[in-house]
Design a protein around this ligand. Sequence first.
Ligand SMILES: C[S@@+](CC[C@H](N)C(=O)[O-])C[C@H]1O[C@@H](n2cnc3c(N)ncnc32)[C@H](O)[C@@H]1O
Length: 180
Amino acid sequence: MSPLMIVIACAIALGLAFIFIFLCTVLVGAPYVPSNGGEIENALTKLYKIGKKDLLVDLGSGDGVVLKHACQHGAKAFGIEINSFLIWISRWRLRKFPGAKVVLGNIYTTKFPEETTVAYVFGDSRDIKAIVRHINHESKRIGHPIRIISNAFEIPGMKPEKAYRAHFLYKVDGSEIKFK
Ligand SMILES: C[S@@+](CC[C@H](N)C(=O)[O-])C[C@H]1O[C@@H](n2cnc3c(N)ncnc32)[C@H](O)[C@@H]1O
């Protein structure tokens, strides 16, 4: 095989792996759709004033855009993502922020850092209750409340503390949640 053929074969294999990983993630949760930068900024200032006191966990952190906004406000940030391509992209994007970490993991089982104060969720409607259950479980485990910022989806049966455009702010403290 000529060197050119080898390069073409590698490019095709990489492309197929890329498509395969993106298709697989759709089976386990929301597809990759990044939040809008301006709306993230509104959520982290007008809805919940994020700052140095905070550690934000993004459940399904995509390309790291939400984590970057959180870090720009002085917060620490922790991303959980199942797609390894997106992890590489987000680690590159966050390389100048030592307070940011992204792990390969499942949003329903990954433990949060003890200092977590806020969780960001942009999933889809079929996942929201299970995601909130896990956040509530983690709140109980780490022993303090966690604010939830949900992009685009309200949590059925929970009253938001605040809403701003497409973002909703909730608080969980480990006590039982009665979803609708
Ligand atoms: C709608 S995107 C949101 C990305 C980012 N949070 C944002 O707002 O820009 C959802 C992300 O969750 C990831 N995801 C879906 N299911 C997951 C799971 N079970 N565990 C970890 N990540 C998951 C997808 O790969 C995708 O990057």
